[in-house]
Design a protein around this ligand. Structure first.
Ligand SMILES: *[C@@H]1O[C@H](CO)[C@@H](O)[C@H](O)[C@H]1NC(C)=O
Ligand SMILES: *[C@@H]1O[C@H](CO)[C@@H](O)[C@H](O)[C@H]1NC(C)=O
Length: 216
C-alpha cells in the first residue's frame, strides 16, 4: 500500500518535472559579428525568424538586442530553420535540430528538402561578417536636361524653332527667292509649316509628363 503511494508520488513528480521542462523550453541564442556597426536603421530593419517543420509549432520572431545577441525563448525539441531578415545584411538561414540535451546547428541548403543538412557550425549561432548592403536607391528627380534629351521633346523643340524662325527667314529673303519658294511649296502640295504646326498640336505635353513621372 505504502509502496503504491510512494510510486504514485514519484510518478506525479516525474510528470510535473516533465511538464515544467515542456513549458519552459530551450533558449536558442546567436550573435552578430562584433565589428558590425549597429546603426539604428540596421537594428530596426533586422530580425530573425524561427520556423519548424512541425506546423503545430508557431513561428517565432527575435530582434537584435543591445549586446548584439538575439534569442528565441521557450523553444521545444524539434527541427527548425532560423532565417536572418534585413535590408542591410545578407539573407542567411541555418538549420537547427534541438534535442533533449543538445542544440545542433547546420548550414542551410536551400531547396534540398528538410532532411538534408549542411556543414555543422558552432552553437550559439555566429552570424558571419559580410559587407553591408545598401538598398537605398536615389530617387529619380525631375531633370530639365533629361527631359530635353528625350527625342519627342527634341523633335517638338526643333519644330517650334522652325515655326518661329521660318517666317523671319522668309521676311528677310528678297522677294524673288520668296516667290520661288512659295511656288515650290505650292507644287509640293503640302504646307510644311502647317504640317509642323499640326504635329505640335498633336503632342500632348500633359500626357508626356504624366508618363514621365509615373515611371519613377
Ligand atoms: C512555452 O511554449 C509552450 C508550447 O510550446 C506553451 O504552452 C507555454 O505557455 C510557453 N511558455 C512560455 C513561458 O511562453
Ligand atoms: C521534421 O524534421 C525532422 C528531422 O529531419 C524529422 O525527424 C521529423 O519527423 C520532421 N517532423 C515533421 C512534422 O515533419
Amino acid at each position: 500500500m505504502l509502496k503504491n503511494i510512494a510510486r504514485s508520488i514519484v510518478t506525479l513528480l516525474l510528470l510535473l518535472i516533465g511538464s515544467v521542462n515542456l513549458t519552459s523550453g530551450y533558449t536558442l541564442r546567436g550573435t552578430l559579428p562584433s565589428n558590425l556597426q549597429l546603426s539604428p536603421k540596421l537594428i530596426e530593419s533586422t530580425y530573425f525568424t524561427l520556423e519548424s517543420n512541425n506546423t503545430a509549432i508557431a513561428d517565432k520572431k527575435a530582434f537584435i538586442q543591445r549586446n548584439r545577441d538575439f534569442a528565441f525563448h521557450n523553444v521545444s525539441v524539434g527541427s527548425y530553420v532560423v532565417n536572418l531578415h534585413s535590408i542591410n545584411l545578407q539573407q542567411l538561414s541555418y538549420r537547427i535540430n534541438i534535442e533533449e540535451d543538445s542544440v545542433k546547428v547546420y548550414d542551410y541548403i536551400a531547396g534540398n528538402g528538410w532532411e538534408s543538412l549542411g556543414h555543422r557550425v558552432p552553437y550559439p549561432i555566429e552570424i558571419p561578417a559580410t559587407p553591408l548592403i545598401n538598398y537605398e536607391v536615389p530617387r529619380e528627380t525631375f531633370s530639365l536636361i533629361e527631359m530635353i534629351k528625350n527625342p519627342m521633346i527634341l523633335m517638338s523643340l526643333a519644330s517650334l524653332v522652325m515655326v518661329f524662325a521660318l517666317p523671319n527667314i522668309l521676311n528677310n529673303l528678297d522677294p524673288e527667292t520668296v516667290q520661288a519658294l512659295q511656288a515650290k511649296q505650292a507644287r509640293a502640295g503640302n504646307n510644311d509649316v502647317n504640317h509642323i504646326q499640326k504635329k505640335i498640336n498633336d503632342f500632348d505635353m500633359a500626357e508626356f509628363l504624366a508618363k514621365k513621372t509615373s515611371r519613377s
